[in-house]
Design a protein around this ligand. Structure first.
Ligand code: ADP
Length: 929
């Protein structure tokens, strides 16, 4: 769009090179302003916004102009009744800083806010903490889930401290113990209490108390049957107790013991009744077996030596073992290899001691080949004389229950780990370790890294195997372009789930013999790969593999893995955000404390009341001088720069900020330092202002050398050129006598080029003169109409493509340097022709008012984009796009603007990209006309 560029705005523009630097500095200054915090704004005492940085505008979802100078309560009326109002009010009234987090419903956003009292109002720094809040919410939910489970579990759960004292327990445990936590801590039933009994109904000797054992050995204690006296029932409750000592990294022994108690009082009673029944039935085999066939458990019966004599049908159905081939001695072959020895040892011990047998182990499901958890119990059946004649054993399927509990526990453990640190590499490794201790034999976490897949964590209970896996991975890195497994998950963001991996499947997926060998070596049994996603973008995946445990991952495991991936993704996202925030903070601090940029706070009267070291060093003052009030903007500004300061000041007052300007300061030793300054008003009413100051001594020196070089070079070029011109004149005369037509043509061409060279050098000399303030003007009175007519005639004479028309007349005289103003007009006319190669007309128009004559030159050429208009009259500036097609130095408009300005006139352009340009210049009418 059309735009008027006033010559006055060009006053501070000294050179293109300077500008390039200046632009870079402006960006740096802006960066500091914008990086002071994530978002901040300033309010005056009437609650009006006086300053907002870019981030504040983004976080408040409004336009800057819609907020500036408006009251915050008018713009956000919903906040009037809120914590925001209450806290800001406090800042004003009590002059204290306030820090709070609050949800703002209309913007559906959680903000973390720091509000500080400012001299004339309040400064507010804030960030959007939706992500953190969501994480906290999720963690809270996960904690609640765990709590609910804890509260409602039918099993008793007790946490003991490192001294074996009860810290916490759930309602089921309270019921078993017959005491609540307060009663336990205050020893309420001390006088009534009776000792805890072991399986043989004898008190546990102290050193054998299962909790003590867990604490001293750090070993898990499993399935200990014990009787605990319940003072409310006034009787013993029988429980099966397991205890897991919990250890902290770097800790010294367990910091607590987690114990579960299953109440078996009723079963024990039933068993005793059954025991009696059996006696009464005198072990009638038939009835006994009938009973065994009807109960829903797997049942077996052995003789007194422990040799199994009978399995019920359910047992055969489950194991798919052929009844005719089974060796009763080898029943344990149906157990999971890891459980066999333990089961056999327990059994032999029971047979030997005649004590009840109770153990959890995994039995192979003959149909699916999967191992399922069972709770196995066996009761000795005694003859009338008390001699054990048989054993009656049951196996109850507890697989689902156990896995669900285990998965919940796993998720809860994983959540704790994921929220424990913001270093996600460590966290992910720990998460993989937890997965291995709970649900998988292998767990690995991979993250996408460009075209690669980085293995960031891998876990297995055997460290040797981890090394082997890492090595394997190094030698056979997966590729993102594969269409299976991990690569597929990373590509599609969808879960891959292989409940059972047969050898055929391995054969089908291996690309060669070697890969097949490796796959077989790993022994894949069941696999789940879940994607890690941040904002619907897949960033990696978690792989869970079951191998030697032969755990066949269930749908419930897939859900658990999915939930784990969600929580891990959130943790990764959080740590990334945290890292970013840390980085920004340190960047800001580095800038603020850097020796590069001076930062000062001052008022509009020039009183500087705060300055960083960079500024003090620049002007050679100390902190003490500052405290004594010796630093005053006006006092350290030399008279030559007062005008530039005043321009900046008026800009500051009208816009709230001042574009960068160059000036000098008087240092404490009396010398001067050149600087570039940018300023912004922090508070309009108090006129508190922040300014950023950059020392440009080195740049100034460089520019001076450059200017000197241009001056010398153009002088040195001009002298030989004058001689060449002289010799061509002599040649002209000689050739004229020779009447050689070809030589005449060549000489004419030579002259044209010499003229062009001459004018280029003359322009460069002008630039150098302007820089040195030595551009001479010879003033006289002349007619503007004549100047325009002569200019058109001379240009039209050498250009036939464009027809130059003229409208309007001045009929006025001006006082000026005619030669220089001709230079301006012909320069604008030549540009109009040069930059409209496809057009054929130029329109010149003259108009006037009481005091000024305006000349405009309109072309129908390439035009100028709006963003380039304001730089057009700068030294050496050329529009990048057109510079490729048209040659030039970018100084014509600079010289023209300088000449017009020296005449007290103005020069500007109106243009649109692709739609031609109109250049205008004005000259004051000579007085006395
Ligand atoms: P030069 O023409 O030698 O590059 P000038 O100082 O005369 O230098 O012009 C500066 C720049 O302004 C040019 O490079 C060109 O990009 C742009 N310009 C000047 N006049 C016109 C015009 N009439 N139409 C389009 N662009 C123009």
């Amino acid at each position: 769009m059309a735009k008027k560029t006033e010559i006055g705005m060009c006053m501070n523009i000294i050179s293109t090179y300077q500008e390039a630097e200046k632009r870079a500095q402006t960006i740096r200054v802006a960066e500091v302003l914008e990086s002071i915090s994530d978002a901040f704004f300033l309010l005056d005492r009437n609650w009006r916004f006086t300053y907002l940085n870019k981030q504040a505008v983004i976080l408040l979802y409004k336009k800057k102009d819609d907020l500036l100078n408006r009251s915050i309560w008018d713009e956000f009326p919903e906040a009037l009744d809120s914590v925001f109002y209450e806290k800001y009010q406090k800042v004003i009234e009590q002059k204290t800083a306030q820090h709070f987090e609050e949800y703002f419903t209309p913007l559906n956003t959680w903000y973390e806010v720091h509000a500080y009292p400012a001299e004339e109002g309040i400064a507010v720094y804030f960030t959007n903490v939706n992500h953190r809040k969501k994480t906290e919410q999720k963690l809270k939910e996960s904690e609640e889930q765990y709590r609910t489970l804890f509260e409602t579990m039918p099993q008793g759960v007790i946490y003991y401290d490192s001294k074996g004292k009860i810290k916490e327990m759930n309602p089921a445990a309270e019921k078993i113990l017959g005491r609540n936590i307060l009663e336990i801590k205050s020893d309420a039933f001390k006088s009534e209490m009776k000792p805890t009994l072991n399986e043989n109904m004898l008190p546990f000797p102290d050193s054998y108390d299962p909790i003590d054992i867990a604490l001293t050995t750090c070993e898990r204690i499993q399935n200990i049957t014990m009787g605990i006296y319940n003072p409310k029932d006034k009787n013993y409750r029988w429980v099966v107790l397991s205890a897991i000592p919990q250890i902290k990294l770097g800790g010294d022994g367990p910091y607590q013991v987690y114990a579960t108690l299953e109440d078996i009082t009723n079963e024990r009673k039933a068993r005793n009744e059954l025991f009696l029944t059996q006696n009464q039935l005198k072990s009638s085999e038939k009835n006994f077996r009938n009973l065994a066939e009807t109960i829903p458990q797997l049942v077996w019966i052995s003789d007194s030596t422990g040799e199994v004599q009978y399995f019920n049908k359910r047992w055969y159905d489950f194991t798919k073992v052929d009844e005719s081939t089974i060796s009763m001695k080898n029943w344990w072959e149906q157990l999971h290899p890891d459980d066999r020895q333990r089961a056999v040892e327990y059994w032999e011990n029971s047979v030997e001691t005649g004590q009840q047998y109770e153990i959890e182990y995994r039995i192979r499901n003959g149909e699916t080949d999967e191992y399922c958890w069972f709770l196995a119990r066996a009761l000795p059946i005694a003859s009338e004389r008390g001699k054990i004649t048989k054993w009656f054993g049951t196996c109850t399927n507890i697989d689902d229950h156990k896995k669900i509990i285990e998965n919940e526990k796993f998720l809860s453990d994983a959540s704790k780990i994921l929220s424990s640190s913001l270093d996600f590499n460590t966290t992910l490794q720990k998460t993989a370790d937890v997965a291995v201790s709970h649900i998988a034999d292998w767990c690995s976490v991979d993250l996408k890294n460009g075209k690669h897949i980085d293995l960031v964590a891998v876990s297995h209970k055997d460290p040797e195997k981890i090394n082997w896996a890492r090595e394997l991975r190094k030698n056979n890195p997966p590729r993102l372009d594969e269409d299976k497994g991990l690569a597929k998950v990373l590509k599609t963001g969808e879960i891959e789930y292989y409940p059972y991996i047969s050898d055929e499947l391995l054969e089908a997926s291996a690309k060669d013999e070697e890969e097949l060998r490796i796959l077989r070596e790993i022994g894949f049994y069941s696999v789940i790969i879940v994607p890690l996603q941040i904002q619907n973008k897949t960033i990696g995946a978690i792989t869970l593999v079951s191998t030697e445990s032969k755990r066949k991952f269930s749908n419930h495991d897939v859900l658990t893995a999915e939930e784990l991936a969600k929580r891990a993704s959130l943790a990764i996202q959080n740590s990334q955000l945290y890292e970013k925030a840390q980085l920004r903070e340190s960047q800001f601090k580095a800038l603020y404390n850097s020796n590069v940029i001076g930062v000062i706070y001052c008022d509009l009267n020039g009183k500087i009341y705060e300055a960083n070291n960079a500024f003090l060093q620049m002007v050679g003052y100390s902190k003490k001088d500052l405290e004594k009030g010796l630093l005053d903007w006006n006092k350290i500004t030399p008279p030559d720069y007062k005008e530039a300061d005043e321009n900046a000041l008026s800009e500051l007052m009208s816009l709230g900020y001042a574009n960068t300007w160059e000036k000098e300061y008087i240092k404490s030793d009396g010398s001067q330092v050149p600087v570039i300054v940018g300023a912004a008003m922090l508070n309009k009413e108090s006129t508190e202002t922040i300014a950023f100051v950059l020392d440009i001594t080195e740049r100034r020196k460089l520019e001076q050398r450059k200017d000197e070089f241009i001056g010398i070079a153009s002088h040195e070029l001009k002298t030989p050129l004058t001689s060449i011109k002289g010799y061509t004149q002599i040649l002209e005369r000689i050739i004229h006598q020779m009447s050689d037509e070809r030589a005449k043509i060549y000489l004419k061409k030579t002259n044209t080029y010499i003229d062009r060279l001459n004018s280029l050098i003359a322009d460069l000399l002008d630039v150098s003169k302007i820089q040195a303030g030595k551009l001479q003007m010879n003033f006289s009175e002349f007619s503007v109409d004549d100047l325009v007519d002569d200019g058109i005639e001379s240009i039209q004479h050498i250009n036939s493509q464009h027809e130059i028309s003229k409208t309007g007349v001045a009929s006025e005289r001006v006082l000026g340097d005619k030669h220089r103003l001709e230079q301006v007009f012909t320069n604008l006319l030549s540009n109009a022709i040069k930059y409209s190669p496809d057009a054929n007309k130029i329109e010149v128009h003259i108009s006037k008012n009481d005091s000024m004559i305006t000349v405009s030159i309109k072309d129908y050429g390439v035009g100028i984009a709006e963003e380039n208009l304001h730089k057009l009259f700068e030294r050496f500036y050329r529009v990048e796009e057109t510079a490729k097609t048209f040659s030039g130095l970018g100084i014509g408009l600079y010289i023209s603007s300088e000449i017009v300005r020296r005449h007290g006139g103005d020069i500007w352009v109106e243009s649109e990209h692709g739609n031609g340009s109109t250049f205008y210049f004005t000259l004051p009418i000579a007085k006395g006309n």
